[in-house]
Ligand binder design. Sequence first.
Ligand code: PSV
Ligand code: MN
Length: 389
Amino acid sequence: MSDAVRSALREQRIETPSWAYANSGTRFKVFAQAGVPRTPEEKIADAGVVHRLTGVAPTVALHIPWDRVDDYAALAKYAADHGVDIGAINANVFQDDDYKLGSVTNPDPAVRRKATDHLLECVDVMDATGSRDLKLWFSDGTNYPGQDSIRARQGRLAEALREVYDRLGRNNPDQRMLLEYKLFEPAFYTTDVPDWGTSFAHCIELGPKATVCIDTGHHAPGTNIEFIVAFLLRAGKLGAFDFNSRFYADDDLMVGAADPFQLFRIMHEIVAADALRPEAGIAFMLDQCHNIEAKIPAIIRSVMNVQEATAKALLVDADALAAAQRSGDVLGANAVLMDAYSTDARPLLRELREELGLDPDPVAAYHRSGYQQQIETERVGGQQAGWGA
Ligand code: PSV
Ligand code: MN
């Protein structure tokens, strides 16, 4: 492994989401697990363990109000004491009764005001935690043709985004807005931010602090996600990933579980554009739910899956690829990519972890650590965190 590959892997940063440590499920059933956090602090403690074992997950994203506390500066201090920083602040304008017909696109101006105020509150939270990124996902849309004006809703969306955008950076010039899209669900007919093009257009209108967040689970089957990655990278408008994988709709399974080749192709575009470096400003985040599997080992596994895909992307022989592409050698170019993808990157990553003083097998290290038994014994009573809690 070349020094460049080694140092790129050492520098890689993957953010874990607070909600992945909590209980989750489908609309049919949430299965509770023993030892699940009851407070934002306990979620952060779990994120600290994932970082300690993997060495590449130094930030944890919060979701407001799921992670609402009285003192966010104190929460950031608590996180630092556990070896992690607070990452993106995710707004939540999808769980109040008021939002039945939408949040920032609701036909009622009073509901729009309430939703926009929540987004502004999230920027206040960012000021207190030192977070750079505000991540916005809107469940807004309609279920039936004629229900509302599609065009008017776009106008209302633009207005709310503008107000929030203009509030960014008052105390921290690095603050950014990440606008996430999702094809459908919960709205079934129109969704107000359904695809990367809509998100891109709003981000362009807003200005340089607004960029697109690609949630890998939010596309129609067969969508070429690496094309979207390449396009947005060229335009300087790719801000972040919400990594997960899907077999059918938004399944929120472990990244790299359903289609590791797709993850490799995505990471190849990132590496080819030299966008892996933290200074490139792309946040590599997980957005997953572990409904039936043990949560902390699943999150560790997910971090490792991203590392593996990244290592393979870094192993692509860029010179050989460029030469084959220049000479129109279709099979040769494809072979260069497939050679890298077919390489077993696990020994390299084990070596790297040892160099960093980590256990080469973080999942086994977790099972040996006794942490799971500890949280199962200690976290008894109280209300386990989960959707809406
Ligand atoms: C919506 O499906 C989404 O991907 C958004 O990122 C939300 O914030 C997150 O899931 C909630 O789990
Ligand atoms: Mn997401």
